[in-house]
Design a protein around this ligand. Structure first.
Ligand code: ADP
Ligand code: MG
Ligand code: MG
Length: 906
């Protein structure tokens, strides 16, 4: 038998099911599943994602031929269930043609509604329904969508307006009406005629009247849309492979635009912004499909409580609310109840928060889509923990449900309360996606990208957003729209990105041409500062100060759960007591990397450091080092104290010395005077420190081996600090780390210096402290000879930044010149400086760990590069049996959760 390309669903039966997302796409698989569990869904069929691949390989003609028989048979079964006929004048079947990839790509692919209409069918539809307004409204929508999507009439340039929208505006203006739904039957008829004329002028062809011709056009357009620009951009952002393809869903139409007992809406089983366990959503009476999402009319709330909350934010009185903006719960109570029951049923079935689309046709409820809803990081944590407590999922599932990277959002700053009281509120919109954002106003995605590239913080201000704006939204600090509700494109996408968003701020008067926005009499230009509170919907004038986030109890509980399963420990990279405290509060159990170079920069210290470097001989160097010692000791005391009772790995001086000396004339003159030498001498010394390739030059333990007195001083400062704290009753666990080891011998030399100095110090003070000495493994040779190095070193810390640099031979400082091209061409899948290269660099880590432990079984191994906070890299570290990862303070929770997930995945 030939392979099956079409899967039907309808009337409680389906050939597919939820588990078939790869083949049927998310939408198609769930439409099938909903049928199977007794949710009312209009019948239809799904053309598989495989066919999309065939389409891209074989082309349109061949694929239409391959599909012909199956599609016609499937249409016939829909006709049977709907008691109507596709293309028939008296009992016409109309269908929608919808895309649906494996992963949800909201708004990425275009949907066509009301397909099957023409000049005769529309008359038949009127005779059948007795509703001329509905029939013509459906027809004009169809011609417009088909023209835009299938016939390619949608403008690609942001400054051009949609030809159909232009006609609508023109007709509305001529009739003196403001809203689309104020147009009369005659006006709608006129629109259709004008639309078709435009189609003829722009494409040179008549609008297709044959239903099957329309259908094939639409199916192929969905396949084409897989390769349109915005789909490509979305895939890139979300890491969705091109090969997956999209399915096509063809489904009998149900109509939300049949009058006042009809409606359409979008709803969520829980709050996607906060995670609150509260059914919510928006609907529009007498409207169709995209109207709610597109923000053409601002929709109303489905639940009474949602409606009341909205009214409070919008400053609408209860009286006015009931009269003008009633909830669905209040005006369609029976339908509401059914909707509420079915949303609960769906959530229980899928065991996760659902994002659903529905339509009410003359008092009958239909579901058109369900999927696991996108949500903010905060909502992700709350929903996972609530579902766990409610017994819907177990604790392991709860842990696996939270995307580690999403925790990042929770840790972001919020507005400082004090600063807020001083700030001027310009207006309020809907709290569409929580968070705090401050930035400069831009109106277009291109500008957002440009400004952001120039390191400016921008807020994107739009009447409403559409998928064309994605690139701009991705780089903006926040998004503010004049129209659209909580389920508008802006709101949904912003929540998915974890971006602050205020939508539907009706007071905004945006003038795209002038690049200005007027808010209640205040005129703001592009580049002016505003601030948004996505949790309350408030819009502030100017910049508002932010402060650190407050973490929820759910977050704490999630972290506790994580610790229950984790084997891999999480430490932090911290150079100051403040950073150490932040990380400790996030659950770090030590410092894996404390860099010491910053300790040489402030005030007097840099002078002493420069004296040391520029000194003519060892005696002078010692004098300068003696000046630095007390400062360093104080710095270490602060850090050790912040990390009381926990291990702290201190790395000895690592960067090339030229980074410390003055390269400007003024600084050089200063040093000459301070040291009582000639300017020429200073300049020569500075010159002599310059290297062709400093990354591979005089740095790391090469410094300590050429100037052992530096190592001596640092050892004394570290252990001196620990001894001083011991007197105060503070327990410390110093670990001294030698950087950039490549040869056993060079490590041993340093080890000797450290231990000798320690012995000397202990004898002087008459007290001692336990400490260990180990090394960074960041040169491939060190990894290759790890067994030899482990004979002397007590611990390994993989410096994956340098190890990546030296394994690939990519200079980290110069990689920007070719890395983007490599990523573009897929020569590299990801940036190896962000995501650990498991095949190459990872192999060195694994091998060095094994070799090291063969000699010294108790060898402690960890990593301390940027990768220590990247989920896939953390999971790798777990698998190869490292003891810990060390990452920047704000990545600690992410690493902890990743470590737990790695343990669960075992
Ligand atoms: P998207 O993936 O962009 O959400 P959809 O295919 O879900 O696109 O459809 C867009 C809109 O049209 C949605 O509001 C959906 O509910 C509505 N819709 C799709 N098919 C039908 C149909 N057969 N009857 C009524 N409304 C439909
Ligand atoms: Mg949809
Ligand atoms: Mg290094």
């Amino acid at each position: 038998m030939d392979k099956k390309r079409v899967y039907t669903f309808g009337n409680g039966q389906a050939e597919g099911k939820a588990g078939m997302k790869n083949l049927l796409g998310g939408k198609g698989a769930n439409l099938a599943e909903m049928n199977l569990i007794g949710i009312p869904v209009p019948p239809g069929f799904t053309i598989t994602t495989d066919v999309c691949t065939e389409y891209n390989e074989l082309g349109r003609e061949k694929v239409v031929q391959l599909l012909q028989k199956e599609v016609i048979t499937a249409i016939e079964s829909v006709e049977f269930l709907m008691k109507s006929k596709f293309g028939d004048v008296e009992t016409p079947l109309l269908v929608s043609v919808r895309s649906g990839a494996r992963a949800s790509m909201p708004g990425m692919m275009d949907t066509i509604l009301n397909l099957g209409l023409n000049d005769e069918v529309v008359e038949g539809l009127i005779r059948k329904t007795g509703n001329a307004r509905f029939a013509w409204d459906s027809y004009r929508r169809f011609v417009q969508m088909y023209g835009d999507v299938v016939l390619g009439m949608k403008p690609t340039n942001k400054d051009d307006i949609d030809p159909f929208e232009a006609i609508i505006e023109e007709v509305k203006h001529a009739k003196g009406v403001k809203l689309d739904n104020e147009l009369k039957v005659e006006d709608l008829k006129e629109l259709v005629q004008k639309f078709k004329k435009t189609v003829k002028v722009k494409t040179g062809k008549d609008f297709p009247t044959n239903a099957y011709e329309q259908l094939w056009g639409a199916i192929c357009a969905v396949f084409n849309s897989w390769t349109n620009e915005r789909a490509i951009l979305y895939r890139k952002m979300e890491g969705i492979p091109y090969e997956w393809g999209t399915a096509v869903n063809v489904q009998a139409m149900v109509f939300g635009n049949m009058g006042d007992s009809s409606a359409t809406g979008v709803c969520f089983s829980r709050d996607a912004g906060t995670g609150e366990d509260l059914f919510n959503g928006e609907y529009l009476i007498n409207a169709q499909g995209e109207d709610v999402v597109a923000g053409i009319r601002t929709p109303q709330q489905i639940t009474k409580i949602g409606s009341q909350r909205w009214a409070e934010l919008a400053g609408v009185s209860e009286e006015e609310r009931v009269a003008k903006f009633p909830s669905m719960e209040e005006i369609m109570p029976e339908i509401y109840q059914e909707l509420d029951e079915l949303q609960t049923k769906l959530e229980n079935h899928y065991k996760d928060m659902q994002d659903m689309e529905f339509t009410v046709q003359e008092g009958k409820l239909w579901f058109l889509q369900t999927r696991n809803g996108k949500r903010t990081g905060a909502a992700m944590v709350k929903i996972a923990m609530d579902l766990f407590r409610q017994g819907v999922i177990d604790e392991k599932t709860a842990l696996m449900r939270v995307e580690p990277n999403k925790l990042d959002e929770l840790l972001h700053p919020i507005f400082d309360k004090e600063a807020l009281t001083q700030a001027k509120v310009l207006t309020r919109g809907l709290p569409a996606s929580p968070g705090a954002a401050t930035g400069q106003i831009v109106f277009f995605a291109d500008d957002a990208s440009e400004w952001a590239a120039a390191k400016k913080a921008v807020i994107m201000v739009r009447i409403e957003t559409s998928p064309e704006d994605l690139a701009g939204m991705a780089v903006a600090e926040g998004i503010l729209t004049a129209r659209g509700g909580m389920t508008s494109h802006a709101a949904v996408v912003a929540r998915g990105m974890g971006k602050c968003c205020v939508s539907g701020a009706g007071a905004l008067r945006i003038d795209y041409k002038a690049r200005t926005v007027e808010i209640d009499g205040v005129l703001l230009k592009e580049g002016d500062y505003i601030s948004l509170n996505g949790s309350t919907g408030e819009v502030y004038l100017g910049e508002v100060e932010t402060k650190e986030a407050e973490l929820s109890d759910d977050f704490a509980e999630l972290m506790k759960l994580a610790d229950k399963y984790t084997r891999l420990q999480v430490r932090t990279n911290a150079d100051t007591p403040h950073d150490a405290m932040v990380a400790r509060n996030f659950g770090a159990v030590g410092i894996g990397l404390c860099r010491t170079e910053h300790m040489f920069f402030e005030g007097e210290k840099i002078k002493a450091m420069r004296e040391m470097i520029l000194a003519e001989n060892i005696e002078e160097r010692r004098i300068a080092l003696a000046k630095i010692l007390p400062y360093q000791q104080e710095d270490f005391k602060g850090i050790f104290k912040a990390m009381e009772g926990l291990p702290v790995t201190v790395r000895l001086l690592d960067p090339p010395l030229h980074e410390f000396v003055p390269h400007d004339l003024k600084g050089q003159e200063e040093m000459a005077e301070a040291m009582g030498v000639s300017l020429k001498y200073i300049q020569e010394r500075v010159e002599s420190l310059c290297e062709h390739n400093p990354m591979l030059g005089h740095r790391g333990c090469r410094l300590g081996n050429t100037y052992p007195e530096i190592t001596e001083m640092q050892t004394r400062a570290i252990l001196g600090a620990a001894l001083a704290l011991k007197k105060e009753g503070v327990v410390t666990h110093p670990e001294i780390m030698v950087p950039l080891t490549g040869i056993l011998r060079e490590y041993k030399e340093q080890d000797n210096v450290i231990r000798a100095e320690a012995a000397k110090l202990f004898a002087e003070v008459g007290d001692s402290i336990d400490f260990t000495v180990g090394t960074m493994i960041e040169i491939p040779r060190a990894a290759l000879t790890a067994d030899r190095i482990a004979s002397a070193a007590e611990f390994f810390s993989f410096g994956t930044n340098d190890l990546t640099q030296m394994t690939f031979g990519y200079s980290r400082d110069d990689v920007a010149s070719f890395l983007p091209i490599y990523l573009e061409k897929k020569i590299l899948e990801v940036d190896p400086f962000q995501v650990l290269d498991q095949k190459g660099v990872g192999q060195l880590i694994q091998m060095a760990t094994e070799k090291g432990r063969a000699i010294r079984p108790e060898l402690k191994c960890g990593i301390c590069g940027e990768h220590g906070g990247e989920p896939s890299s953390v999971k790798f570290c777990h698998r190869v049996g490292l003891n810990y990862v060390s990452c920047s303070p704000f990545r600690v929770p992410i690493a902890r959760l990743s470590a737990a997930q790695a343990a669960l995945e075992d």
